[in-house]
Write a protein that binds this ligand. Structure first.
Ligand code: SF4
Length: 408
């Protein structure tokens, strides 16, 4: 029987911590063969940056992303010609590769374009701030309720045909609010705030619900992480109060590139996912979209939400380290990185290593100078010379029937 650790200064066992992320319960929303929400794994998506009129280039880019694990691909549709091109793109993908779930991004006053593209894609993304675009009046000092309602009515009339089309085809819509493009009437009424973003989404949700359309995914992106966090958290609170269970698409806009772009995206997306918020994610980098996919998967893997690679646990090394940890970790990783689903620990010494391996399946631990110990779970299996360590680790994994040969 396993004994629980005792609290300091007390004989009473400490309560075991619940380390599971309890995901917010959401309704399932279909996007082609993929489902967002409803307890399904968090979906990874990205966006091509080809011009959609370039059919060949767009097909190749969508395929490239999909082969890397991007489950939903977004394309931009700024004109009617772009919307029509989607018919050929979709047909070409199905004929030369396979159907890929596609989302079309519709821009300013895009009602007619949205109606056309809804025939060819699985989901349409609209931006409430731009869908019925009212040019801001520079000299405005107030927004009357009558003016507010008048535009509200115009939005309803403009949105209705799209909602009906998507509803009748069993397709979906993302209501994608951006902090940087809130409508003027929202800015006047709620300010440039998370409240304004949430109310903007709710206005569109209510129109969809009144037409019995609930295949909705909501996003509230901002380029500043604290704003984005506040907006999503407030949205969840408001949806809970209103009995709504729409899944959320998470992202930090204009995150930039390089290390900071990745850290910024992880700070926003990872924080919410850790709170159980979020059903699909997109990391927006100012780099090739292919670079976004590994970041998405790393965030999900680090939080234990999806397991798409080996989880490596390695100590930072210290004066006790008995081998070149960086070099050995690299060797172990190169030999085992294709074994999806395993946890492997590389620890510098026997003193603290075994205790800190965090339930890894296998451990490679410095034993005495020139020797390492191999562990299966918490059991020490054998001591071997360091230069045979990686080969012996592979042998151990093979003995357990958990090895597969890497693909060429
Ligand atoms: S496991 Fe050992 S070598 Fe690694 S940091 Fe801890 S004490 Fe140092």
């Amino acid at each position: 029987m396993q004994t629980l650790p005792t609290a300091p200064g007390s004989a009473a066992p400490m309560a075991a911590f619940d380390t599971t992320i309890h995901r917010r319960k959401t309704r399932p929303v279909p996007v082609g063969e993929i489902t967002i929400g409803g307890g399904h794994p968090v979906v990874v998506q990205s966006m091509i940056n080809e011009d959609t009129l370039d059919i060949e280039g767009s097909v190749a880019a969508i395929r490239r992303l999909h082969e890397l694990g991007c489950e939903i691909v977004r394309v931009t549709v700024p004109s009617m010609a772009h919307a029509k091109a989607l018919a050929t793109i979709r047909e070409t993908l199905a004929r030369t590769y396979r159907p890929v779930p596609i989302v079309a991004d519709v821009h300013h006053n895009g009602m007619k374009i949205a109606l056309e593209v809804a025939k060819h894609v699985d989901k349409v993304r609209i931006n409430p701030g731009l869908y019925v675009f009212e040019k801001p009046k520079g000299d405005r000092t107030e927004y009357t309720q009558a003016e507010f309602d008048e535009i509200g009515q115009k939005i309803r009339e403009t949105l209705e045909p799209l909602v009906v089309s998507l509803r009748d085809q069993g397709k979906s819509m993302r209501i994608g609010v951006n902090h940087g493009s809130l409508a003027e009437r929202m800015l006047f009424t709620y300010g440039d705030t998370p409240e304004g973003m949430v109310e903007s989404a709710l206005e569109f949700i209510r129109i969809c619900e009144s037409l019995d359309f609930r295949n909705l995914v909501i996003s509230l992106k901002a380029s500043r992480v604290p704003v984005m966090l506040a907006a999503y958290r407030l949205m969840v609170r408001r949806m809970d109060e209103l009995g709504m269970d729409y899944p959320l698409h998470l992202g930090v806009t204009e995150a930039g590139d390089g290390e900071y772009g990745r850290i910024k995206s992880t700070a926003g997306i990872g924080t919410l996912l850790a709170e159980g918020i979020g059903d699909t994610i997109r990391v927006s980098l100012t780099e090739a979209p292919e670079k976004e996919i590994p970041v998405c998967y790393s965030i999900l893997q680090a939080l234990g939400l999806r397991k798409t690679m080996v989880e490596y646990v390695a100590c930072p090394s210290c004066g006790r380290t008995l081998f070149n940890l960086e070099e050995v970790l690299h060797k172990v990783r190169e030999a085992t990185k294709h074994l999806t689903g395993l946890d492997i620990a590389v620890m510098g010494c026997i003193v603290n290593g075994p205790g800190e391996m965090a339930d890894a399946d296998y451990g490679y631990v410095g034993k005495t100078p020139g020797y390492i110990s191999l562990y299966r779970g918490r059991d020490e299996i054998k001591k071997v010379p360091e230069d045979q360590g990686v080969a012996e680790l592979i042998d151990l994994i093979k003995q357990d029937g958990r090895w597969v040969d890497p693909e060429d």
